[in-house]
Design a protein around this ligand. Structure first.
Ligand code: CDP
Length: 227
């Protein structure tokens, strides 16, 4: 398989620091940053708006895909705009309601097929740093460099609570830890494109690392490495 010299894949479980790190690595490499989790979140938001949380049958969600327009635009410096039918949904996709249902929607094979096609098209635009769950295994198995980030459950819960826009009234470290553990379990156990380290991905345990240390580790590896 040809090596995609222009793709850096970063995968890992919820709140492992992927988004922050991937955006900064992209900035340093002058690359386009692509956050695939937000695309799954936007499809989930569209489905919740149409069908409510009691619905969300695979048939309904898949039937909806032809009627929605999802536009992910890079605005530079690791920032992007995500529009659902022309409306900016960047904030709304971080709601607890979306977090609760996203792994159910992401397990639907037709949803994955629809989004993976969009994700692969980004590689035509130059160097990209793409983050998610299946980038190194399914979306770009031929990526130039692959990284798999992890962190202890407690560290991840603390990071999620500290994340701007994600604070939920009354949320505690243990309630957040429970939510991300449930989502990781569903992501790891689904039959299609489960969350999994690619055999050739470099594992990085970020529990005791600062953001800058992780960014340096990844960017140095990409810049310094041969092909
Ligand atoms: O930001 P956080 O780590 O909470 O998760 P995210 O990257 O926003 O992803 C939200 C959800 O989308 C995940 O829990 C997965 O269910 C799904 N996802 C996926 O299935 N495949 C991807 N490539 C990215 C996300």
């Amino acid at each position: 398989m040809a090596c995609r010299k222009n793709v850096v894949a970063i995968d890992g479980p919820a709140a492992s620091g992927k988004s922050t790190v991937a955006a900064l690595v992209a900035e340093r490499l002058g690359a386009t940053y692509v956050n695939t989790g937000n695309m799954y979140r936007a499809v989930t938001l569209a489905a919740l708006r149409r069908f409510g949380d009691a619905g969300l049958s695979e048939e309904d969600v898949v039937g909806m895909l032809g009627d929605i327009e999802l536009e992910y635009t890079n605005v530079g410096d690791g920032a992007f705009a995500l529009k659902l039918d022309g409306e900016d949904v960047g904030m709304e996709i971080r709601s607890p309601e979306v977090a609760k249902f996203v792994s159910k929607v992401a397990a639907m094979p037709a949803v994955r097929e629809w989004l993976v096609k969009k994700q692969r098209a980004f590689a035509d635009e130059g160097t990209i740093v793409m983050e998610g769950r299946d980038i190194g295994t399914v979306v770009f198995p031929d990526a130039k460099r692959k990284f798999f980030l992890s962190a202890s459950p407690e560290v991840r819960a603390k990071r999620r609570l500290a994340q701007a826009g994600e604070c939920v009234d009354g949320a505690t470290i243990s309630s957040v830890a429970k939510e991300i553990a449930e989502r990781d379990k569903r992501d790891m156990e689904r039959p299609v494109s489960p969350l999994k380290k690619a055999d050739d991905a470099i594992a990085v345990d970020t529990s005791d690392m600062t953001i800058d240390e992780v960014v340096d580790f990844i960017a140095d590896n990409v810049e310094g490495g041969a092909t």
